[in-house]
Design a protein around this ligand. Sequence first.
Ligand SMILES: [Zn+2]
Length: 258
Amino acid sequence: MNPQDPVFSFVRNELLLIAEGEALRLPRREELARHLVGPGLALGEIAERRYWAHAWPHAVLPAPDYQLHGLRALLGRLPSELWALAGRAYQLVEWERTHRFCGACGKTTRRHESGEFAMVCSGCGHTAYPRISPATITVITRGREILLARNARSANGFFACIAGFVEAGESLEDCVRREVREEVGLEVGPMRYFGSQPWPFPHQLMLGFIAEYAGGELKLQEDEIAEAGWFTADNLPPLPPKVSIARQLIDAALAELA
Ligand SMILES: [Zn+2]
């Protein structure tokens, strides 16, 4: 364990960073040493430097140049490799925090001896793994148009894709069809997988699809969708940032239709 190793430390869902002028950097283990409890979780290496994850054990910050930043706000501000590792760190710290007791018998848990990310019950041996929740995200195409929707709970005004969690017993394709039907009242035909993106808010794995419109008239689920419509490449509403899989799906669909 190197005292120079960078540490991702979280207060709830906010990351502890040190401000140096305009720039932000991760604290090193030696800078946090007297605050941290236990060895933390070894995350992986970037450029031969090992990164660690720790819960921050206090209510207060160690010094005035320490700041807390939400992961969402850091998207596009931290290098993408580092942001991805921050998401992994947050999910693991949060999983450990919420799995201190066994869900089967209620006794305390401890980390798996092998070092794998698992919590084992001291009483009955029940093992819990980090929670990952798959969700589909779909762009629907119709001729040269794509369907975009503005979420009722989103404050940023972006129009994006249709998304929702996979339910127990559902295939990804079932989930795409159900979410599209529920949220905008349409049916989709052939679809294909586009790619995926971990989305640590708090533990989604977004699985992207491009699906063809097959029928139906727009009918919005009002508590979910504030506004939706068909758009062409020369007539686009405000879109989410390029780092999001939503935007990557939209750009890919439009490029294919061009
Ligand atoms: Zn147990």
